[in-house]
Design a protein around this ligand. Sequence first.
Ligand code: SF4
Length: 291
Amino acid sequence: MLQQTQVKTVIPYFNKFTKKFKTIKALSKSHEKEILKMWEGLGYYRRARNLLACSKILVQNYKSRLPRSIIEIKKLPGVGDYTANALLGLVYNEPRIAVDGNVKRVFSRNLNIEERKINFDKFVKKNKKKLFIAKRNDDFVEALMEFGALICKPKDPNCLTCCLNKTCKYFKSNKKIKNIRNKMIKNKSFDIFCYLNKRKQIALTKNNQISFLKNFNLPEIKETNNSFKNQNWIFLKKYKNSISNLKLNINLYYKFSNKIPRMYNWYSLKNNKEFVPSFTKKIFSHLSTLF
Ligand code: SF4
């Protein structure tokens, strides 16, 4: 849940989830629809699907326990190096570091060497004895991440009160490294075409090419093509929508029609019991102004 998402956003979802699913087994028995509904609004829905898939694998193949080998853990859906290291550290107290952006910044500043010049894997291996001295590896994994997020922040680190300032080369140096880790923001423009009917319904299909919303019901979405001149579609609105590092410029079109292409089904613009991603909810809300 915390992948790309702030703690304060996650807390209510986490509480709801753990209240409903008290064990891995309980989670493994649930259905994707139910999980997605509970995840609604949190975004990155692939995480929810992966979580459910992981729970099924753990119950079936590992007696509901996390495997101890990093190779086995990395076979679980959605688990890469970062998550595997974090899990082994947090669950089994293994001497591991989950190297994310926060952790990279902490090390890079302490050494006053730019991140791109450090091989973090090698660095951790080489300094194992110095890094893992307290035997509380589970706390250490978490503390490092929190330290980067709360103390050694990207902008204005709290150097004056920081417990590492006596040894930190960034703090002591007159020639401090620059923080050049900017998120690459991509701009993309999409045209969205919505079939509507007078019963306040919209036609949606899973058959779309949009990678960040694969397998969700959506209207037709195409990357904006400036030569588009189909007069049958009525332009409703231009708006922006951000998803992770994507900045989307959206042109919303609609037409009233009772005939819809095959593969499409009608959905209510208002009362949906099923899960609807925020991206689609925004479309619904703009279209609702037509009624
Ligand atoms: S002294 Fe400043 S730069 Fe160094 S670790 Fe602490 S907060 Fe980060």
